[in-house]
Design a protein around this ligand. Structure first.
Ligand code: ZN
Length: 554
């Protein structure tokens, strides 16, 4: 029988250990039916077969993002979007322009500002008050752990010098204790709860915008790292999947409400059952165990240092009591849920691994592929435990560079020894851990070729945020932790497919697998590794159907 689509004369990188490189691929009925030389596929070319001469360009399995927030990222693209700017004057300009062009919106929402643009990483309400004197503004930063609010928003929320910090967050204050306009972690809720709830229609619009964008970057599948909580996207996914509009394959990680306990598990089971629609499944549970280093909310073993290098009393936050985490994870594991942890600093990583160890001891081995995302600081003693416990290292490689936020807001406050334990991707790989990769978009760019560039080089590059930062561009960050290009590509394809239990049907180019594919404009193996970031996707395909075609592709 004739193939529907045939690619010939290409640099086909299969991510299949048995046959890494080949020249041609044939697709029929959404599946790969032949992989080999141009001669091998010739007999499958018929009158109706679409034949693409790749002229040596690279064909790969579609990228899979193991930790991403598409619906909110997509909505942010449609709101007061600060993601593409890096200075206070630009943020003021963006906020003023958005307010002027949206006179009927009661709230100014959006965000995506960079901590690096502010002294100490925290913005002040005064400049926001200048451009937004009347309407309340709630603008989370790019990592979503701190919100910038104006005086009107503080006033509406009743936040004053007398307001205590909530147990899971902190109100930034001046010397007199007055709120300055930055709310960390759980303190964001004080204002967020007043903002108009995002409607399902908005979530769906955001998800569709995000899906178009992610497909344009060569991404064919992902794990949504928060479904639930303040990201009520579960019904949006079900709706799109039910209509056949969800072209990507998505596993949703259902939000673990850290203010509740095991009583929520029955709801998660129900959501998993009802969540199996089209290309969507809700088989993972997201437990956010700590915060971020820059606001001292990431959980550390030795205390944070002060600006003078002296130990403080700050140890960060364990959002779930580590002793309670063990029975929760054990029960989720027994019920067949995959656990997707946010584990950023070394104490959180250890607490999550301890919980997995408890689950193993109680339930024995299984194939659920629990994973720890972010893993910014990993104590060397914990590196070998990933393999021992079957925990996948879910890496966000774009963060592993020597940029200002790292130099000014992280290294001085964690100290030099611990600073050297950051993003230990090569160490984890050498220790036999399975590596998956993801972007954490809207936190940072979801461009897999940029992320792979940093995984391989550990430096910034032209066109990226920190391109003018000489140290970020010239000094590789902990160069011993660089990965080679095959390892980084594998993490972004078959590694993330493994996390999503999709590696039997996707993640590599083999006969019988689904034709989830991407064509790149070049073969990055044949260019200097400093140029990996230039690689662009030209065609993205899911089950043999194009979901993104660059105008320059023929
Ligand atoms: Zn995330």
């Amino acid at each position: 029988m004739d193939a529907d689509v045939v690619f010939v004369n290409g640099s086909v990188y299969t991510v299949d250990a048995a046959r890494r490189w080949t020249r041609a691929v044939a697709v029929r009925g959404g599946r790969i039916v032949a992989v080999g030389t141009d001669d091998d596929v010739r007999s499958l070319i018929g009158a109706r077969t679409e034949v693409h001469d790749l002229r040596d360009r690279m064909l790969l399995p579609g990228f899979q993002d193991a930790h991403v927030h598409p619906p909110s990222g997509g909505i942010e693209m449609l709101q007061c979007d600060m993601n593409e700017a890096y200075s206070l004057p630009e943020y003021e300009r963006i906020a003023a322009a958005y307010a002027a062009s949206h006179p009927d919106e009661e709230w100014i929402l959006g965000g995506g500002w960079s901590m690096d643009a502010f002294p100490n990483g925290t913005p002040d309400r005064a400049p926001l008050d200048r451009v937004l004197p009347d309407r309340p503004a709630f603008l989370p930063n790019r990592d979503g752990h701190t919100a910038w609010v104006n005086s009107r928003a503080l006033e509406m929320a009743g936040i004053t010098a007398e307001t205590p910090d909530p147990p899971d967050g902190r109100i930034e204050r001046d010397a007199q204790g007055r709120p300055t306009g930055a709310l960390h972690e759980g303190a964001m809720t004080l204002v967020r709860k007043l903002t108009p709830p995002t409607t399902q229609e908005q979530w769906e619009e955001g998800l569709l915008a995000a899906q178009r964008y992610l497909h344009s970057l060569g991404i064919t599948a992902w794990q949504d790292a928060i479904v639930g909580g303040s990201y009520e996207t579960y019904e949006a996914y079900r709706a799109l999947a039910g209509r056949g509009d969800l072209t990507a394959r998505v596993v949703g990680a259902l939000w673990w409400d850290r203010l509740r306990g095991a009583e929520q598990i029955a709801e998660l089971v129900d959501k998993r059952e009802r969540g199996d629609v089209g290309r969507f499944r809700a088989t993972s549970v997201k437990i956010m165990q700590d915060g971020v280093v820059e606001t001292f909310t990431a959980a550390v073993i030795e205390p944070y240092l002060d600006a003078g290098g002296r130990p403080t009393e700050r140890y960060g936050m364990s959002f779930v009591d580590p002793e309670a985490l063990k029975p929760y994870v054990t029960e989720l594991d027994a019920l067949g849920f995959q656990v997707h942890f946010h584990a950023l600093a070394e104490r959180a990583v250890r607490e999550c691994l301890d919980a997995l160890e408890a689950a193993r001891a109680a339930n024995g081995p299984n194939d659920l592929r629990h994973h720890l995302a972010h893993i910014q600081i990993v104590h060397p003693d914990d590196v070998p435990r990933f393999r021992r416990l079957g925990a996948v290292a879910n890496a966000q490689p774009l963060w592993a560079m020597n940029e200002g936020q790292m130099r000014n807001l992280t290294i001085p406050f964690v100290g030099s020894e611990r600073a050297g334990w950051q993003y230990p991707f090569a160490s984890l790989h050498r220790a036999g851990a399975t590596l998956a990769m993801g972007s954490d978009w809207g936190v940072s760019s979801p461009n897999p070729m940029w992320e792979i560039h940093v995984a391989v080089n550990r430096t910034s590059f032209p066109g990226y945020v920190y391109a003018d930062d000489d140290e970020a561009v010239e000094q590789p960050f902990l160069p011993d932790e660089r990965l080679d290009l095959p390892t980084a590509i594998a993490a972004f394809t078959v590694g993330s497919a493994f996390v999503n239990h999709l590696e039997d049907v996707t993640g590599s180019i083999e006969p019988g697998k689904l034709a989830d594919l991407v064509v790149l404009d070049r073969n990055p193996f044949e260019h200097p590794r400093e140029e990996i970031h230039r690689t662009r996707p030209l065609l993205t395909m899911v089950e043999g159907v194009p979901v993104h075609v660059d105008p320059s592709f023929d």
